[in-house]
Write a protein that binds this ligand. Sequence first.
Ligand code: CO
Ligand code: ZN
Length: 338
Amino acid sequence: MKSLIQKLTEAYAPAGHEDVVRDLVRAEIRSLVDSVSVDALGNLIAVRKGQGRGGRRVALAAHMDEIGLIVSHIDSRGFARVTNVGGVRPLYAAGGRVRFTNGAIGVIGVEMRRERPDHIPALSDLFVDFGVSRAADVPVRVGDVGAFMGAYAELPGGRIAAKSLDDRIGVVVLIETLRRLKRSPHEIAFVFTVQEELGLRGAGPAAFAVEPEVVLAVDVTATGDTPNSVRMAVALGGGAAIKAKDTGMLVDPRLRDLLIQRAKEARLPYQIEVLEGGRTDAAEMQLARGGAIAGCVSIPCRNVHSPVEVVDLGDVEAAIGLLVATLSKPMDSLVIGD
Ligand code: CO
Ligand code: ZN
């Protein structure tokens, strides 16, 4: 699984440019599903039919895209100025490297504020330096999109550092779930979405097409266990995070309780997540068409939206185990209608 994480996190897929990751995912799953399709937005939808009776129509969602930058203008000395594609944190961007769709690589410098040396940079203070001195030699154009670079690394303690673990780790969890799920009564759509980082733009149309009764997003969540971090009851290494609420969704308590029950039965570590800043694809999918019973299994992640996002492999395994355990059995507690 580590090699799959490395391959997918090193792949290039800023929002709206998901084709490289989509091709990698399709190659991994093609032989494991009954149908694979790509919609107009670029969502990859793979469906596995259910076996036996009493199944639900379930959608699992993980987003393929990552945050990035887009060139807004280029100055006469050959520095490209940029604005954000998704939730870029300028402090994390400064000092990093950015790779553009055509392969060009630049380093990110910061305008010095000599009068305020402790000034925290804004996006407008950043410039991309391609090592050239004239606008004519800049290898990108206005409107070109890039993604941050960040090498995959294995840290002590069974933890992985990489860029775009948000949400390539969710993509890995979906692929591994598909591999390990032997038998399921449910018809399951594995939905690999686009443009989540721009405001969950791919998920709604995908859910409209798939018409799920039950939706589960798999995405990263913040942790409350680093110095002066947000206050929340989620810690790295504490197990799969079963979401109760975030900014976009109150999870259906029946689905939350079903996930808790399956985690207990399978003796998998889990924790309950209330995220005060952030949303997932499930928020859009919950409200598509006539609505769906929606929940989310989250992977705790440090430094979200940085080139050094960190996850714990034990949490990843717990999330896969929880999805396999949940999808293997009926979901009789999820009644729709009366
Ligand atoms: Co994100
Ligand atoms: Zn995400």
